[in-house]
Design a protein around this ligand. Structure first.
Ligand SMILES: [Zn+2]
Length: 175
């Protein structure tokens, strides 16, 4: 499998896991972490990935959900997903945008609770899969805008492999 196919497989698996997690939470009322476990098993079965790959993807998903939960918690007045994505949401692939809005809307209490207990600043790395939004290179500050679920490339400017998610500050600064 070449690198591009590998990336597509990982990106699809992330999206599938997020969809299934949401269904387990809203359908059977599974608690968030249980819903991720169930979604991980579903994804191994239906997307042909190994349990090791599924563990990694579940880790990326949990990282992004904790970050989203922390954002919702910090920004309790507005609880605005658009501030977390930090980009024009009309540019984001419709299916994933709608899914993220549903997750943020219907599971916000669980996400905030998760973040309150587990969130810490987390760096993202080349080769990992990320939710849409804006990541900044920790070395040169180059911003990478992702309009879909994507596997993170090396920094196109300096080839660094470490990024942090940008959120909120810009829209708040312009208010
Ligand atoms: Zn860079």
């Amino acid at each position: 499998m070449d690198n591009e196919q590998e990336s597509t497989k990982m990106e699809e698996a992330y999206q599938h896991m997020l969809e299934r997690m949401y269904e387990h939470m809203t359908g059977e009322g599974a608690p968030l972490e249980k819903a991720i476990d169930l979604a991980r098993e579903d994804t191994v079965r239906s997307k042909g990935i190994t349990p090791d790959e599924a563990d990694k993807i579940a880790g990326y998903l949990l990282r992004d959900l904790q970050d989203l939960g922390d954002h919702l918690h910090q920004d309790k007045e507005k609880k605005d997903l658009r501030d977390w994505l930090l980009m024009d949401t009309t540019l984001i692939e419709a299916a994933i945008r709608d899914l993220l809005f549903s997750v943020a809307d219907k599971t916000d209490v669980e996400l905030m609770d998760l973040a309150e207990h587990h969130w810490r600043p987390t760096l993202l790395h080349t080769g990992e899969v990320t939710a849409p939004g804006v990541l900044a290179c920790t070395f040169c500050g180059e911003e990478l805008h992702f309009d879909r679920i994507a596997r993170i490339p090396p920094c196109p400017h300096c080839n660094n492999t470490e990024f942090k998610r940008l959120r909120g500050a810009r829209s708040r600064a312009t208010e």
